[in-house]
Design a protein around this ligand. Sequence first.
Ligand code: FES
Length: 162
Amino acid sequence: MGISQNEQQSITDLVGQYQALPGGLLPLLHAIQGDIGYVPDSAVPIIAKGLNLSRAEVHGVISFYHDFKTSPVGRHTVQVCRAEACQSMGSRQLEAHAKQTLGIDYGETTADGAVTLEPVYCLGNCACSPSIRIDDAIYARVDRDRFDDLVSGLSSEKGAAK
Ligand code: FES
């Protein structure tokens, strides 16, 4: 997927700001993600050239840190807890249902740009497993029906789920 001219300019500007900073790659990547929401593949050669690194080095850092996203994220982020307490209460089945319902895998975004699906490892809500988070809200004891209820409003942009 291509990036807009504005995004390209932002990346070039940010590379200019960070290229003289020792160890500037990580803060630069965070700055790019903070500015345009993700680190597009097309940014890699610009970063590599600006920081005098190989493309492989830049790719390596982006893929090592799971916080970096390499494609645009959806308007909402749905996270399914994969940690032990939630797994013991059926989160594996719930995540399979989530992937099937949304038609995407972890790290992907629905075609309408509404939802990005991510795994998460404990939401601090273990007593009420299985838990999910939608944007900033955590939901407890989520079964398939509740998941469907929570997610159904996201695509139609009727607002956050309750
Ligand atoms: S294990 Fe899922 S919230 Fe803690």
